[in-house]
Design a binder for this molecule. Structure first.
Ligand SMILES: [Zn+2]
Length: 117
C-alpha cells in the first residue's frame, strides 16, 4: 500500500533511520561474523556478510515503507508490527549488541528512536 509523501523533516528522519539501522547491522556483523565472509555492502556502505546483507535490506525496506514515521516514537511503541517475527528477533539481537556501541560515536537520537528508549 502506498504511503503519503513525506514532509522534508520526515524524509530526513526516514533517511537517518535507514542509515542508523544499517550501521547497527554492520557493527553486529563485524563483531560476530568472519571478516572473509563480509563480501556485501550495507545500505550505509559498510562491509556485511550475505546473511547480514539480507537483514539490512529487510530493515531498510521496512523503514522505507513505514507509514508511522511522522508520528511514532519508536518501533517498539508502534502498534503496526511490520517486521516478521524472525526478522524482529534478529534485529532485536543486533540492537542489543550495537546500540551501546553506536552511542559512543554516532548521533544518539536515531538510535534511541530505534531502540524505543
Ligand atoms: Zn554478518
Amino acid at each position: 500500500m502506498a504511503r503519503t509523501p513525506d514532509t522534508p523533516a520526515v524524509a530526513r528522519r526516514r533517511e537517518r533511520e535507514k542509515r542508523t539501522v544499517s550501521q547497527m547491522v554492520a557493527i553486529h556483523c563485524a563483531g560476530h561474523h568472519q571478516k572473509e565472509a563480509r563480501t556485501e555492502k550495507s545500505y550505509a556502505g559498510e562491509a556485511l556478510c550475505p546473511a547480514c546483507k539480507e537483514l539490512d535490506d529487510y530493515c531498510v525496506l521496512h523503514t522505507e515503507r513505514c507509514r508511522s514515521m511522522a508520528r511514532k516514537t519508536s518501533c517498539e511503541a508502534c502498534g503496526n508490527h511490520c517486521y516478521a517475527p524472525a526478522q524482529q528477533a534478529r534485529i532485536r539481537e543486533v540492537m542489543r549488541y550495537a546500540g551501546p556501541r553506536m552511542m559512543l560515536h554516532h548521533p544518539v537520537a536515531a538510535v534511541r528512536h530505534l531502540m524505543g528508549k
